[in-house]
Design a protein around this ligand. Sequence first.
Ligand SMILES: Cc1ncc(COP(=O)(O)O)c(C=O)c1O
Ligand SMILES: [Zn+2]
Length: 401
Amino acid sequence: MARIAYLECTKCGARISADQPQTVCPKDGGVLFVRYDLAELKRTFPASSLFGRTPTMWRYAEVMPEAEPVSLGEGFTPLLQSREYPNVYVKDEGLNPTASFKARGMSAAVTMAKAYGLKKLAAPSAGNAGAALAAYAAAAGIEAHVFMPKDVPLANRVECESYGAKVTFVDGLISDCARMVAERKEAEGWFDVSTLKEPFRVEGKKTMGYEVAEQVGWRMPQGIIYPAGGGVGLIGMWKAFEEMQELGWIGAERPQMVAVQAAGCAPIPKAWDEGKTTADAWANAETVAAGLRVPKPYGDYLILDILRKSGGLALAVTDEEIMDALRQWARVEGIFAAPEGAAALAAYRKLRANGFFGADDPVVLFNTGSGLKYLDAIEAAKTGARRRPAARQLAGIIGPY
Ligand SMILES: Cc1ncc(COP(=O)(O)O)c(C=O)c1O
Ligand SMILES: [Zn+2]
């Protein structure tokens, strides 16, 4: 792992070796970022060297941890010009393996787990991260233990089991799943790949920032709207922009970063409105956008800092606005978005209406997953029924724990 210079705590700046698997900063629990020798890379890694490289996120190999990638072809997703708003571009992450952007983070995390010789990985998941972990672990020949709320969309459950993961359905939210992983990991010998509790999922997700810049010709869009659960993509993209500046690929300009959450679980917009630097845990989280049901993002301090530094903001949209945007995207653009992705369109509509973004501002909206993974939730929303608790219907197979 020669290319990693060190891991750096995002709270206290402590430098930690990457020779052994690491989780968070031992002093303060801060998220660890992977650092490379960018000054050296500035001489040897010009943007022009990307020409003709593999159309996956591993095309940015020099700024990725050095290990044999566990790849299923993730990344380099299309950036589609909107038909409704010609100034808007949709980064369609639904085209990734396992049909969501979670593939990027898990490809990087499982790559490093394999390089470290880890044999058992565990993660709490709102659904898609578990499916991605299950797929990459299968490809790497590593055990995956996934903890998901029992009412995740049906596709997530079926996928995880098909990939051979050990799945536990939890009567609760992702925060309850995280607690169960934390309680059991030592006795079980699991390495915890929870969001932001190991350094490499950010490295995978940061490639979205490299791709947006490359796909628009190394210019920064005016804004990026990102549906934030734990916020890893937003945090990763910001890291990518800083790295690209150090590499000399872009200047100091940055997009206005917008975090959108669901009105039924909006800890970041609430903290933003109250001018806080961290978020309070959200009680009774509920939304059709399962990936946004994260009551207390671990990297809240990073997300809020990025929103502030970029001149962006956080806002919430209702499930009705999400479903309306989902249908609109499908009918007008031919893009069948995940509800989380549709939240980005719902947010854009609001920010156009209130003048935050003008008609000529280039804005990138992240569709973070495919609507095909949410057929049950989308059908239920159509008829006004409550979301079907897919796992509960199959009560006999809840377990194995
Ligand atoms: C489709 C989709 N979009 C967005 C998110 C939120 O991602 P993050 O936790 O990286 O902010 C998730 C998380 O599960 C998701 O599955
Ligand atoms: Zn620290």
